[in-house]
Design a protein. Structure first.
Length: 318
């Protein structure tokens, strides 16, 4: 009896082991089938990108003209100062730790190029194409951002954003401020075209009344903030807004007094002197309405918040 139970237990254990082995084999077959299917798809839909890797290379020629280097990864590429590149195709290349200081590039194609930890200090770029280019910790000459930006607003906006991040990584706060102003102008142009342009790109991307309406609202909001404080980048605009508020306080004060005082030049000068005091303190005249007092307090807090934000942005970039 005991032998029979032992045999049954052994058979059950063997059956369980066989079942587990079958499950493992099934999983292995599924995995191998997936691998086989993936390899078939790779062969069917993909082909080699023909990307070439050049490491530790040096341009020994001083004038390079009409040559194509597209789809090449340049690692630690070097060229002597004064080397000229004319009508050279660098599209979709990668410049990694390249040192091309003081070189001259004329009518070169840098479409889709990625610059990583490279040095182009003193290099000049004339009529070059930088659409879809990306910059990462790359040193560029000061006038680069003004002479080689794409004509299309959407592409110019993307290149400027990449340049802004690049200068932030390098700690160049002055160039960051300059690039932000250019980026704001490109954003304004882009929003205007997204709202009203009939170009094919904008017509397809912002097709329909809803998308166009949202673009118009974004344009209105952008323009409003740009007028008030330059979208956080123009202290001059904030000062102009402050002066407008003071003028409104003076006009309201003159409208609330008697005609005799309103026609008095002396009272006008007194109102001009009191306007900043009214704005910065709670010393309101008795004849001010409660709504006017509340509005002045709100504008005071709002202007202080914008001023603080501008200071924080500027100091944070240093």
């Amino acid at each position: 009896m005991n032998n029979s139970k032992a045999e049954q237990a052994e058979q059950a254990e063997q059956a369980e082991q066989a079942e587990q082995a079958e499950q493992v084999n099934e999983k292995e077959r599924e995995f191998l089938n997936k691998i086989s299917e993936r390899n078939k798809n790779v062969k069917k839909y993909l082909s080699p990108s023909m990307k070439v890797v050049c490491t530790d290379q040096y341009f020994f020629e001083k004038n390079i003209q009409g040559i194509g280097f597209s789809n090449t990864i340049f690692t630690r590429l070097v060229a002597s100062i004064g080397t000229r590149f004319i009508n050279v195709d660098f599209s979709y290349c990668v410049f990694d730790h390249a040192y091309l200081r003081g070189c001259a590039f004329e009518n070169c194609n840098f479409t889709g190029v990625k610059f990583i930890n490279s040095n182009f200090l003193g290099a000049s770029f004339t009529k070059c194409n930088f659409e879809y280019a990306l910059f990462d910790k790359t040193v560029l000459d000061d006038d680069f951002s003004y002479s080689n930006l794409p004509d299309k607003a959407n592409l110019r906006q993307k290149v400027l954003r990449s340049l802004r991040i690049n200068y932030q990584q390098l700690g160049d706060s002055q160039k960051v401020n300059e690039i932000i102003l250019l980026e704001l102008e490109a954003t304004k142009e882009y929003l205007f075209k997204a709202s009203f342009s009939d170009d094919e790109y904008y017509s397809k991307k912002y097709k329909g009344f809803q998308k166009r309406g949202l673009s118009i609202l974004r344009l209105v909001g952008f323009t409003f903030l740009n007028i008030i404080w330059g979208n956080g980048e123009k202290l001059k605009n904030l000062l102009i807004s402050f002066l407008i508020i003071l003028i409104c306080i003076i006009a309201y004060d003159m409208s609330m007094v008697s005609e005799e005082k309103a026609d008095s030049i002396r009272y006008l000068f007194s109102s001009i002197q009191n306007a900043p005091i009214i704005f910065f303190t709670n010393n309101f005249p008795e004849y001010y309405a409660d709504f006017a007092k509340m509005l002045i307090v709100f504008l005071r807090l709002f202007m202080f918040a914008l001023f603080t934000s501008i200071l924080f942005k500027r100091l944070n970039r240093r």
